[in-house]
Structures are given as C-alpha cells and as structure tokens.
Design a protein around this ligand. Structure first.
Ligand code: CP3
Length: 383
C-alpha cells in the first residue's frame, strides 16, 4: 500500500500533512539495520504504529498500553506461578509468551517487551530484586562516589537472554511491531540512590547538587547500561523504543536541564544510528515535555495530568504525541470511558500524529475485557 492510499483512508488537516520525502528520510535512517530486521519489511514499515511514530498518515490511530502484559491478565498470572519476576524476564520463552499475550487478547497495535527497567542492572551484577507489590529493591543503595565507582559494567554477552527473548517475540508477533524499552538515567539512578521505591526522590535530588560529580558518574553509568539494553533489543528486532523516565516529574525544569537531560540524550543516542522511532515518557512531566523532546525523541508520552492539545502547544507540531487515557477511568462505566477516549482522540488531532496509550500503566485490577473493548473502539473511531 502506498502512502497515498493511507491519505485517502484517513484524511488529516493538510497543514499537518507529511510529505513523501519524510518517508524517504526514514528509509535512509534505518540503513544501518541488518537486512533481516523486521523494520526492513514493507508490512512492518506500513504498520499503524510505525507510520504514526514516523509522523505519516496511518490506516487507523494505533493503540497500546503501558503494562499491558501483567497482572490484569489471568493468562499472565497463570504463566507466572512459581517464577519470580526477574527470573521470568530472563527466561526467553516465557518472556516472549508473556509479551505476546495482550497482543493476542486485545488486538493492540504493538507488543511492549516484557522485562523491567532494572533487568540490565541485574545483568551487570548489581544486587537487585523486584519485590511483589513494592517494586525494585537493591541489596545496597548507591550513595557515595565510591559506591558509584564500584558499579559493575554490563558485559555485552550478558544481554544474550534479552536478544534471544526479543528474537522469539518478534517471530511470534509477525507483522505487529515490538516496542523495546529502557529506564531513563534519572529513574534508574533514583532507584539506585534510594535503594528502592520512593515518593519524592529526595536523595538523588540532593546528590545532584551536593556531589554533582558522583551524580554525573552514576547517571553516565545508567545511560550506558540502559543504552546497551536498548541497542540489544533493537538489533534483535524491536521496531521502536520507549525510554521510561517515570519519576522525572519530581524534578524542576532547571534541575532536569542541568543534571538529567544530557544523560537521557546519551541513552537515546545509543540507538540513534539505527533509525527506529524513539518515544520518551514520564509521569508528572507537563513542565518538562519540550526538554524531553529535545533529549532526542520522535514522540513524547504524555501522562493523564495535562490534555494532549496542551501538550502539543508545548512540544510543537513536529513531534508525535502518545497518550493519555486516565487509567482511573478504566474502572468507570463504559459510556464514561468511551467519552473520555473520544476526547483524547479529539485533542490528539492537533498533533503531527497520535498514538493512543494510557497516562500511566494498566492497574492490576483492570477488567481485561474493558481493554479489549477500548482497543476496538479506538480502531473503529479512527478508521
Ligand atoms: O507491559 C509492559 O509494560 C511491559 C513490561 C514492563 C514491566 N515493567 C513489567 C513489570 C515495563 C515496560 C516495565 C517498566 C518499569 N519497571 C517502569 C517504567 C514504567 C512505569 O510504570 O513507570 C518502572 C518504574 C519499573 C519498576 C517497577 N517494576 C515497579 C514500580 C514495579 C511494580 C511493583 C508491583 O509489584 O506493583 C515493577 C514490577 C513489574 N514490572 C511488574 C511487571 C508486570 C509486576 C510484577 C509482578 O507481576 O509481580
């Protein structure tokens, strides 16, 4: 199918129309990918997600959900019986199966690789576990320059289970794109310095001012580690990536620009030559959206706290936006959720292009049938 066909199927405001040269420039950007990479296939390059992330017209507005693989699905809970979270992430056949479960069930437009932002840290040899109901917890927090200097480097061969899981997943997904991901340096460093989940992230925010050199070294380590994790996924077949800076919303814009942004640029830079679209997401980041775009993103993920058209005013018309159905409304009566989804679609029209997602992850208690219905609704409304 040509881009002309899609234009006929889904007319947009001509002011935002992307010229065919945009497609050619993307073709050049992926020149460094191996010839076997799925993004080299026309079916994949023309999928709704990839076209939208490239800022091109698509057959329908694509939708996927953060945390679509996980506890809301009975088949996930069954697959996980007797297997710890990190063990599941490092068992390639299981990680592949769990990644594909929500794609099969809901018909979403992408798989998100089943793993965790602390997996590369674990593979580097840091003592970390994921405690159910709490999140990542380190054996020893990283608080001093000496702690930072002692952090182990991630050997390339340690990423082999990730490469194998991604290859198996891509095989199972066929023409549905796989999104790879990693934690952004601030969010990774926040777990490292706090030693576990925290609300205000006071310790990392203190460290960046009290000992900026140690902070820089820690954030550089996190950028290298997350960058290598991203690169392994893309080389093994992921067709887009999302960098999660989940906790960046606890930062002032000044601190983000001075102490954080360049490290996120480095993490995203690890795959810049491979040309896959890059999404950059955080929560509570209304004030940071333009700075997050400038870190090297093709698309910014917007949480539920600001409307998409406001986000577009902040990032401009050259950036794709992703979001931002409020996860709280998944538990509301269907007509309430439907009208909210319509409003999100309407506001998303002001962007260069729009990928539908939630404003944060799927809550574990969500009725999976609501997600299936929501996907069908988004597709019907935008065809
Ligand atoms: O479906 C997907 O989104 C793909 C898999 C995925 C997981 N974690 C699986 C997971 C992804 C992309 C992540 C990223 C991640 N991990 C982030 C960024 C996204 C976000 O939510 O902001 C963060 C901050 C983490 C750290 C982390 N891991 C937390 C806070 C938790 C939750 C603790 C809990 O049990 O509620 C985890 C555990 C985790 N990661 C689970 C899953 C499915 C739950 C583990 C389980 O099933 O027992």
């Amino acid at each position: 199918m040509t881009s002309q066909d899609f234009r006929a199927a889904a007319p947009r405001d001509p002011a935002h129309r992307t010229e065919p040269t945009e497609q050619q420039s993307w073709d050049q950007r992926i020149a460094a990918l191996s010839s076997e990479h799925p993004l080299k296939r026309d079916e994949m390059a023309n999928s709704a997600l990839i076209r939208t992330l490239r800022g091109l017209d698509a057959p329908h507005t694509p939708v996927w959900f953060m945390r679509q693989a996980g506890r809301s699905l009975p088949e996930y809970r069954e697959a996980r019986v007797g297997t710890g979270m990190l063990e599941a992430c490092l068992t390639p056949a299981l990680a592949a199966e769990i990644t594909v479960q929500p794609v099969r069930r809901h018909g979403v437009d992408a798989g998100i690789f089943f793993s965790d932002i602390v997996v590369p840290m674990k593979l580097a040899g840091v003592g970390v576990d994921i405690v159910a109901g709490r999140g990542p917890v380190l054996d020893e927090p990283v608080r001093t320059a000496a702690d930072v200097a002692a952090l182990p480097e991630l050997p390339d061969a340690a990423l082999d289970p990730i490469r194998e899981a991604v290859s198996r997943t891509v095989e199972l997904l066929g023409d549905t794109p796989l999104i790879g991901f990693a934690g952004a340096p601030f969010t990774i460093a926040a777990y490292a310095v706090e030693g576990g989940p925290s609300r205000d992230h006071l310790r990392p925010r203190t460290m960046m001012h009290a000992d900026p050199q140690a902070w820089d070294a820690l954030a550089q380590w996190a950028a290298r580690t997350s960058g290598a994790f991203l690169r392994a996924q893309v080389e093994a077949g992921a067709c887009a990536v999302q960098l999660f800076d989940s906790w960046a919303g606890s930062l002032s814009l000044a601190d983000y620009l001075e102490h954080v942004q360049r490290h996120s640029t480095d993490a995203l830079g690890a795959i810049a030559d491979l040309g896959v679209p890059r999404i950059h997401f955080g929560t509570g980041t209304g004030e940071l959206l333009a700075a997050m775009r400038d870190a090297g993103a093709d698309a910014v993920g917007v949480d539920y706290r600001i409307p998409l058209d406001t986000a577009v005013e902040r990032v401009g018309k050259r950036t794709v936006v992703q979001g931002n159905i409020d996860p709280a409304l998944l538990a509301a009566p269907w007509p309430v959720l439907r009208e909210h989804a319509r409003d999100v679609l309407r506001r998303g029209q002001s962007a260069l292009a729009h990928v539908v997602n939630l404003g944060h992850g799927v809550p574990p208690e969500t009725d999976p049938e609501v997600l299936t219905k929501l996907v069908a609704f988004i597709h019907e409304e935008t065809q």
